[in-house]
Design a protein around this ligand. Structure first.
Ligand code: ADP
Ligand code: ASP
Ligand code: MG
Length: 468
């Protein structure tokens, strides 16, 4: 079986974690599987790189950051490859070479005082280029030949810096050429997650948390038999366990449930992860590198056909609710069309839409980063309607959250909405807006950011999701 396994930031966060990740890869290979590893940056490194790039572009480049990064990664190299002078030296050379580039880029930013999305990608993607040589050395130290591979040589993407999309045909060709020979020699390649490159070879990133997506892209490109996402919890759970301590693991979910949960805030999977795997019907497992004996979650076509109703509750925090309102909107055609044309022109991603049947109000949720730009653009695009009084107000309510109840078999199960709203009423939580997709796989509602955790807990409890 060919398995693509991805290790997240905490799973490669220290020398011990990297040794454990290497052990998991080597153990699978010892069972006769072919293994390709995809790795994240060590935990917090991507944040540090982005912070450094921002500061540098404000004229405050601090060379101590380079040293800090070197020291943290060298300590791991010493621990995992210290016994082999040749291997240790090669890893340190690679770290130095990559950090030289990082330093030069930051120095350049501090001169020009400008940070383009392209340069930000070149810097923020460097964390994976530092961790991959370490994990690869750790695997080699355990007796399996391994080499680090920059995903710039494997994953071909569009040039949407900061959120690039894979070009699958090109990626399939490159991944095959770069990885298959090594796999068939019994090696374990360690590919950098999160990054790719355009056809011209310019480095891109897939968006924050994008290493899960990388694993699915590489898995699909290689026609892998399974994709394993190693993280720090026992799989996909009925809610975020750091918010709902009694949350439990969902042993089986469908591709559609997994993508719905990820889209509505279950950070355990990047929201784009499922699609490449689904297209090739490759099963995805979410496993805990801190508790590898636990079976985790399996994502497949059928999911768990026996499970009815709501399966999990998620939340997206810190988003903004944009509302367009006015009694004069009734019966005036085209306001919704104009609104969403403009939102699309601003390249803002709409997370949820709701319109009351009285037509007095259209509201939708977008990220806080997009909101000011979108509101300004809408006031311009709908100037005439505002002047005529058809629209009274275009406003953005800050600090709201979307809370979503998700499950394939919510469809046709009566009483779900009543239970959701009953639970929130009992908890004294005010619901600002509601939306239910026509797929009936999801009921989502907007509450204040402050109420989000309590809302998630109330819904979780109302459906007794802590029980199997
Ligand atoms: P990694 O670094 O391995 O990619 P992430 O931090 O990105 O890990 O994702 C794992 C985290 O996702 C968990 O520690 C947990 O706090 C959070 N999470 C949110 N919702 C869920 C959920 N429904 N099930 C499991 N984990 C969740
Ligand atoms: N290192 C990247 C990030 O922190 C990608 C990932 O970890 O998935 O966003
Ligand atoms: Mg993640």
């Amino acid at each position: 079986m060919l398995i693509v396994m991805k290790f997240g930031g905490t799973s490669v966060g220290s020398a011990e974690r990297i040794a454990q990740a290497a052990q998991l890869a080597v153990d699978s290979a010892a069972k006769g599987h072919q293994v390709v590893v995809v790795t994240s940056a060590m935990s917090k490194v991507t944040d540090l790189l982005i912070g450094a790039a921002r500061k540098a572009s404000a004229g405050e480049w601090d060379p101590a950051i380079r040293q800090e990064l070197f020291d943290r990664h060298k300590a791991v190299a010493d621990a995992v490859a210290g016994g082999d002078a040749g291997r240790h030296g090669a890893v340190l050379d690679m770290l130095r070479q990559r950090l030289d580039r990082f330093e030069k880029l930051c120095y350049g930013l501090s001169m020009v005082h400008e940070l383009t999305p392209r340069l930000l990608d070149a810097i923020s993607g460097m964390g994976e280029m530092l961790s991959a040589p370490l994990l690869s050395a750790a695997i080699a130290a355990k007796g399996r030949p391994s080499q680090p591979v920059d995903a710039t040589e494997v994953v071909v993407t569009t040039d949407q810096f900061g959120g690039a999309e894979p070009m699958m045909d090109e990626t399939q060709a490159k991944a095959g050429a770069r990885l298959r020979p090594a796999i068939s020699r019994g090696e374990i390649p360690v590919v950098t997650g999160f990054i790719g490159a355009t056809l011209d070879g310019v480095m891109t990133t897939l968006g924050r948390g994008g290493s899960d997506y990388s694993a699915s892209i590489v898995g699909a490109a290689l026609d892998a038999d399974e994709i394993w996402i190693w993280t720090d919890v026992d799989g996909v759970m009925t809610a975020n366990p750091s918010e709902v301590p009694e949350a439990r693991t969902l042993p089986e979910i469908s591709y559609s449930e997994a993508s719905e949960l990820a889209y509505y805030g279950a950070k355990v999977l990047h929201y784009k992860t499922i699609l490449p795997a689904f297209r090739k019907r490759i099963p995805v497992r979410i496993l805990n590198s801190f508790n590898p004996g636990h079976p985790g979650t399996r994502v497949s076509v059928e999911g768990d056909p026996a499970a009815l109703g709501v399966k999990a509750v998620t939340s997206i925090r810190g988003v903004n609710l944009v509302a367009i309102s006015g009694t004069g909107m009734q019966g005036i055609p085209g306001i919704a069309a104009k609104t969403f044309d403009e939102v699309a022109a601003q390249q803002a991603n709409v997370l949820m839409i709701s319109q009351a049947s009285s037509e007095n109000n259209i509201c939708f949720v977008i990220s806080a980063a997009d909101a000011p730009r979108v509101v300004t653009a809408l006031r311009r695009a709908l100037e005439m309607e505002l002047m005529r009084g058809h629209i009274e107000q275009i406003s953005a309510e800050q600090k709201v959250a979307i809370v979503a109840a998700v499950g394939d078999r919510m469809r046709g199960t009566p009483g779900i909405a009543a239970t959701v709203f009953g639970a929130l009423g009992k908890a004294g939580i005010n619901v600002i807006a509601i939306s239910q997709g026509s797929s009936e796989r999801n009921i989502s509602l907007v509450v204040t950011d402050q109420d989000a955790a309590a809302a998630v807990r109330a819904i979780h409890q109302a459906f007794a999701l802590e029980r199997t």
